[in-house]
Design a protein around this ligand. Sequence first.
Ligand code: AMP
Length: 549
Amino acid sequence: MLDGCTPWPAERAAAYARAGLWRGEPLGELPRRWAERDGAAVALVHGTTRLTYAELADRVDRVAAGFGAQGIGPGDRVVLQLPNVPEFVVVAFALFRVGAKPVFALTSHRANEIRHLLALSGAVGYVIPGVHRGYDHTQLAERMLGEVPTLRTVFAHGSGCSTDPRVVPLSSVDAEPAPLPAADPSDVAFFLLSGGTTALPKLIPRTHDDYAYQTREVARYCGTTADDVYLAALPVEFNFTWGCPGVVGVLGVGGTVVLADDPGAEDCFRLIAEEAVTFTSLVPTVAHLWLEAAEWLSPDLSTLRTVQIGGARLQPELAARVEPELGARLQQVFGMAEGLLSMTDAADDDHTVVHTQGTPISPFDEVRIVDENGAAVGPGGTGELLARGPYTLQGYYRADEHNAKAFTEDGFYRSGDLARLTPEGKLVIEGRIKDVVIRGGDKISAGEVEGHLVTHPSVSRAAVVPVPDEFLGERIYAFLVCAEADGQPALPELKRALHERGLAEYKLPDRVEYVAAFPLTPLGKVDKKVLAAAACDPAIARDWVTAQA
Ligand code: AMP
């Protein structure tokens, strides 16, 4: 396995292979196999583009050969930053095919995150969308070529131009296919990003074997078939959209994937009607918007069978509206790019679907709920969710120190989520221990935003907490301590300063409040529970300073 990754212990790996979960399938070989099954069937739809399975396989072969000609080879890391376009799928599979390892970045990532991803992965390539939503990624890429020593080539899709010869059009990555050695299926195929409990995302290595299994197993769990038409409404680089069953799972059973440019209700409703979409996946914030929009748009959603909702806590009140108002069955999804997936299923009753996150999808998933000391909680008790299994990582990439804390000695991943099991054995996620804000489905590390805030000359300390929000789920609330009482920068100034530091738009605080000091826990840590409560309720007196004095 790639150096810097943690393999599964040999015994468990052998057991997964013996049980037929890991079948030694390199992901890069899949498009050709799918094409052999029914080459004329439509695999991908985007705007006026329709790609059959045969065309998809041919493109993957040509682009793989093109990458080879550009010097991209086995083991190379390539940061992949594209929106929901067919090229995302083609490039990802072409890179799998040559044994290179894409790192799935978000299109909203800017200098701060991209520099980190390139440097941490030691990437030699970077695939960019040119100008996307008014932002010129070419300029960012040129900067990265100057700053990241491993980076050799930038592949630019669509518009945007550069005079730097190291920036080449993605359309020129094209060559006559030549036989390529198959990638080692037990090795890393690509990297997903962690939700961000530390300052910047960690890299989650996903192997060919584990991801092929995940997508096959979720498709089985969901009853996905060749008749399904899946709307990829959320960004494809999310594990949820890419493989739960998502793009890979749907293509795996011969269905059709429709790529939406953005998850807005109006466009998505139109696509559902035009393409006879049967299911889609949404985060709660987007589901909320769809429910509101459905009231006045009266869309034709008659083909829509299932709406998966996950990625953040779904309020039961919202959950209960899905079936009556969209006419499709709700499937709650608790998932993590690290692995474990738990979902409600077709046989579940309404109460289970509205109030729980179902059951883990694989009989080989091992789940534990433990207290602060690592001991199993009693029946129905709430504790931290630990997970281990055939598609749950054994360690983040190049993160020894963090891995020592994030995994138990016997290889269980500490999710940081608080969960309990109902008497019927259904999983309910109650909250999280992890210090993140989930704003409209984006996970923002409190630590990262705090780190940037304290670089402002007037700010001496910062504590970021989530504040519940009807629309976005949560918003970012920053408590700040200033050295000088009269030097308190206003929110627009702080935002501008953070923006200039290259922090992505969605991570900027929504509100700031200045305090004289922070409340502390008995161990002397900032008491974020108190801050979070204070953020929700302005009536809570900011008297913690005197309480500590
Ligand atoms: P990510 O790795 O970005 O997919 O984020 C995974 C995290 O999202 C989990 O560890 C949870 O904290 C949160 N999450 C995902 N699905 C749900 C859900 N259905 N309910 C509550 N939290 C969720």
